[in-house]
Design a protein around this ligand. Structure first.
Ligand SMILES: C[S@@+](CC[C@H](N)C(=O)[O-])C[C@H]1O[C@@H](n2cnc3c(N)ncnc32)[C@H](O)[C@@H]1O
Length: 257
């Protein structure tokens, strides 16, 4: 079941916005409120991470599951299972060590934690609010004995983590909310923490037209841009065709050292 992705739309253009509004008049109010809130937050927070942290605080206060992109609990469960099943199919074994960048409230994380040996899951996120929700997920799923690491971060330099440690590094629906400087920083440093034979999987919002962003919340990149960026840091990037078959709105790239 492949999703029909719109790979050519420029969602930042006025023409696109007007056409979208005409097709979905019921969504105009919500969009205007979000745009107004985001402009206010951008005046208070000049750098992207601080701004996006404030967006997450506002969204999480309303509904933590919606804040990570799932409008219902069933969708939250299904999206976590999709991520977990995919990595299981790619050989994720209990002895592996995993770094989950932008772990959110453990939508997929709780399944990884359950599967991996104690202490082998390391989740990082820029949002303290979503990490509080992550701990609630951990408690609800009774996974205390697995002793996962859940840590706040301000950047993606990863300097507090050991060299050649993680078999799998994972970032689902994180670069879809990241300007290119954040992705560049991550790709500059992720190679150091990857264990021999390890890989880094990330999803991104793909466009085959103009690269663009909406409200500094959603960023659309061409595959080649990200493949080239990885290469500049000595990494090999591969577009994951089998992920496309699952019907998710974003695409996936796998990076190896
Ligand atoms: C859409 S949610 C996805 C959460 C989780 N990966 C999942 O699939 O359920 C994006 C998460 O990434 C976090 N995030 C955004 N930018 C980040 C960054 N530069 N570094 C770490 N986390 C980030 C957000 O706070 C949020 O929790």
């Amino acid at each position: 079941m492949a999703t029909k992705k719109n790979l050519t739309a420029d969602r930042s253009s006025v023409v696109h916005k007007v056409r979208y509004a005409l097709r979905h008049p019921e969504r105009i109010g919500g969009y205007v409120r979000r745009a107004a809130r985001d402009s206010w937050l951008r005046t208070k927070h000049r750098d992207h991470v601080s701004y996006y942290r404030a967006v997450m605080a506002s969204d999480t206060a309303r509904n933590p599951e919606a804040a990570v992109g799932s409008q219902t609990h069933d969708r939250w469960l299904a999206l976590g299972k999709m991520q977990f099943d995919y990595l299981l199919g790619h050989g994720l074994a209990p002895h592996h060590r995993m770094l989950d960048i932008g772990c959110g409230n453990l939508r997929a994380g709780w399944r990884f934690i359950e599967h991996l040996h104690p202490g082998h899951y390391y989740g990082i996120d820029i949002s303290p609010d979503i990490l509080i929700s992550a701990k609630q997920t951990l408690t609800r799923q009774r996974l205390q004995e697995k002793l996962p690491h859940l840590t706040i971060t301000q950047d993606l330099k990863l300097e507090f983590l050991p060299t050649a440690h993680f078999d799998v590094v994972h970032a689902h629906s994180v670069f879809s909310h990241s300007p290119i400087e954040v992705i560049d920083e991550c790709l500059a440093h992720v190679g150091r923490v990857l264990a021999p034979g390890g890989f880094f999987d990330f999803t991104f919002d793909r466009t085959e037209g103009e690269e663009h962003q909406v409200l500094r919340e959603d960023f659309y990149y061409r595959t080649q841009t990200l493949v080239d960026l990885a290469a500049r840091h000595g990494l090999t990037a591969r577009f994951m065709d089998d992920w496309e078959q699952l019907g998710h709105g974003q695409s996936k790239i796998r990076v190896t050292a």
